[in-house]
Design a protein around this ligand. Structure first.
Ligand code: CP
Length: 306
């Protein structure tokens, strides 16, 4: 079983992962992976949180990890993705891959006999979304009915995965962005099959009643390493400026609103420093929960693949 997309997990499966995470957090489980288990982290983009947390997750589960920069592999000289996947399956028990193109990840997984985990592609960031939803559940004591307003670039990977996970679990999404930056139509259609997704171009309307305000960089890391040049980055800074999460934006939302960001953040662009570092921010809980959720995902995939 692979975890390439939120679509790969049912609502019950996501809840099973949250249960494992709870047990780990509460110290109720001594679960570990089979002795000698190894995770390959195959990354073609930079990472701080996802890389380090997966490495520590494996260590805490009694396994080990190998970080592989794609540039240092024979893939950089043209070895096919399919051959690389077959070779890695001979040596390791899991692969977590961060790839530019989601289709490359799918091809890798199709040729892998060990579980492959999406550690971010241009289309999705599903491990981030499970950590995000887990964080919301802990902070609000519920997921169902929670209204999450995502501001800024709503056509990117983190938003795609979050809207699928949130709606599947009964939360509502409000997507808030300029009309010239609409959401990914496939992800919007799928999320609307699961639940409520409203779209706004006004911060005041879009944030009304929001329990969570979620934002991310105006040019996501999948864009900044390839598709979006510096002119586009500057254009986005201007167009998205009214969608900055700042003290005024918080006043449009529920008085108990909490603020989320997957990090890394650009203080002063998509979010102000006072909000990111302020009392409404749960970004550090989000980052912390990546570790326990990744442990839970690894345990779950290990059990399902046994
Ligand atoms: N949120 C996130 O994926 O961070 P990294 O890019 O540092 O892994």
């Amino acid at each position: 079983m692979h975890f390439l997309s939120i679509n790969d997990f049912s609502r019950d499966q996501m809840n099973a992962i949250f249960d494992i995470a709870d047990q780990i957090t509460e110290g109720k489980t001594t679960t570990s992976l089979k002795e000698g288990s190894t995770l390959a982290l195959l990354f073609e983009k930079p990472s701080t949180r996802t890389r380090v947390s997966f490495e520590v997750a494996m260590s805490r589960l009694g396994g080990r990890s190998i970080y592989i920069d794609k540039k240092t592999t024979q893939m950089s000289r043209g070895e096919p993705i399919s051959d690389t996947a077959r070779i890695m399956s001979l040596y390791v028990d899991f692969v977590a891959a961060r790839m530019d193109r989601h289709e490359d990840l799918v091809e890798f997984a199709n040729n892998s006999t060990v579980p492959v985990i999406n550690a971010l592609t241009d289309l999705e960031h599903p491990t981030q979304s499970l950590a995000d939803i887990y964080t919301i559940g802990n902070a609000k004591r519920r997921i169902k009915g929670v209204r999450i307003a995502f501001t800024g670039d709503i056509a990117q990977n983190t938003c795609n995965s979050l809207m699928l996970a949130a709606t599947k679990l009964g939360a509502e999404m409000a997507l808030v962005s300029p009309k010239s930056f609409p959401p990914n139509p496939q992800y919007l259609t799928r999320a609307r099959e699961y639940g409520v997704v409203d779209i706004f171009d006004s911060m005041q309307d879009g944030l009304a009643g929001a329990d969570i305000i979620y934002t991310d960089t105006f040019a996501s890391i999948s864009d900044t390493f390839g598709k979006v040049d510096q002119d586009e980055v500057e254009k986005r800074k201007r167009i998205f400026a009214p969608y900055q999460v700042n003290a005024k934006a918080l006043q449009y939302a529920d008085k108990e609103v909490l603020v989320m960001h997957p990090l890394p953040a650009f203080r002063g662009q998509e979010i102000t420093a006072d909000v990111l570092d302020g009392s409404r921010s749960i970004v550090w809980d989000q980052a912390k929960n990546k570790l326990v959720i990744e442990q839970a995902i690894l345990m779950y995939l290990s059990e399902k693949s046994a």
